[in-house]
Design a protein around this ligand. Structure first.
Ligand code: ATP
Ligand code: MG
Length: 306
């Protein structure tokens, strides 16, 4: 008998919805940061040519990026950048990714390139979160082929469910043809406005359709979440007390629970207090980010009235 292969550790989550502007990037960035804040070594992979997840960390025109790993020119460890958070690494996107949809077509095992590239990283972190582009093209197929589960953000608006059937068909297809282990991690209601009856209607309809697949934490519409990227920071480092930050921390707890991770002991659910170590200090114990953070959470208040 040969050696027993070691079990990969990282759970790979693809944040996907071909509909534009539903909160994929905001979710990928802030979920990854919240997982890292609870001291789970996490890698955020920007797979969108728009590179919004990269710029959310103040990274533009990175010299090495995901494209180099997709085509096999560089190992994933050589494209990971540290972030301000000790447990969070970023694999940025760059301009070359624009052509990747076309260039990947001619490569062998073209849907498996990301899975192959990420394989070594599975042993060095607990979570890999992939931000997908707003399409069901080859890049998203790569994400779904690499992933253990897909997290689907749905914006709480009238056409929320539009296109969802096609996304779910694509997930089924990927499961049949490319990646039998692919699950639906959960459906996330985003930009929920508690004062707007349409938000409640949409949330109710989505829950009727999808039951427990829907995360119990909706993400509220919160202006702090939309401001944070222009400061190059995830919400936890921009305004840890905002409703957006608290919601993404709660979501991270649900994601951890669904992945079978025990919750951290101590502070109550979604509490900024619980995550202080992962945000503001501590040596990176095998973490994927290398630099100690320079800025602490600013403790600003949430003045979002929406
Ligand atoms: P794309 O399809 O272009 O990649 P996306 O699905 O990644 O878009 P985001 O970029 O995360 O969507 O969000 C779209 C816009 O909505 C951004 O300006 C973002 O700052 C804002 N936004 C996202 N979530 C929230 C929220 N909960 N509250 C307020 N604004 C939000
Ligand atoms: Mg995006």
């Amino acid at each position: 008998m040969g050696d027993i292969p070691s079990m990969p550790r990282a759970r790979i989550l693809a944040v996907a919805n071909q509909k534009g502007g539903v909160g994929k990037t905001t979710t990928a960035v802030n979920l990854a940061a919240s997982l890292a804040a609870s001291e789970r070594p996490t890698l955020l992979v920007d797979l969108d040519p728009q590179a919004n997840a990269s710029s959310a960390f103040g990274v533009s025109n990175a010299p090495r990026h995901i494209y180099d790993a997709l085509i096999g020119a560089l190992a994933i460890k050589d494209v990971v950048m540290p972030t301000e958070m000790p447990f969070l690494g970023l694999v940025p996107a760059g301009r070359d990714l624009v052509g990747a949809e076309i260039e990947l077509v001619s490569l062998e095992r073209r849907e498996h390139r990301l899975a192959l590239a990420l394989e070594p990283a599975r042993d060095t972190c607990d979570f890999i979160v992939i931000d997908c582009p707003p399409s069901l093209g080859l890049l998203t197929l790569n994400a779904l082929t690499a992933a253990d589960a897909v997290l689907i953000p749905l914006q709480c608006e009238y056409y929320a469910l539009e296109g969802l059937a096609r996304l779910l068909e694509t997930v089924d297809l990927v499961r049949r043809e490319l990646n039998p282990r692919l699950e639906i991690a959960g459906i996330l209601l985003t930009m929920f406005d508690a004062r707007n009856s349409l938000s409640h209607q949409v949330a109710g309809e989505v829950k009727r359709h999808f039951g427990e697949t829907v995360y119990t934490t909706p993400i509220p519409r919160n202006v702090r979440l939309s401001e944070a990227p222009s400061h190059g920071k995830p919400i936890l480092l921009y305004d840890i007390h905002s409703r957006g930050a608290v919601s993404y921390l709660r979501l991270a707890e649900e994601v951890l629970a669904r992945a079978g991770h025990a919750p951290a002991p101590g502070a109550p659910s979604g509490s900024p207090a619980r995550v202080a170590g992962g945000v503001a200090g501590g040596a990176p114990t095998g973490g994927v980010g290398r630099d100690a953070p320079e800025s602490a959470p600013n403790g600003g208040r949430d003045d979002d009235t929406a």
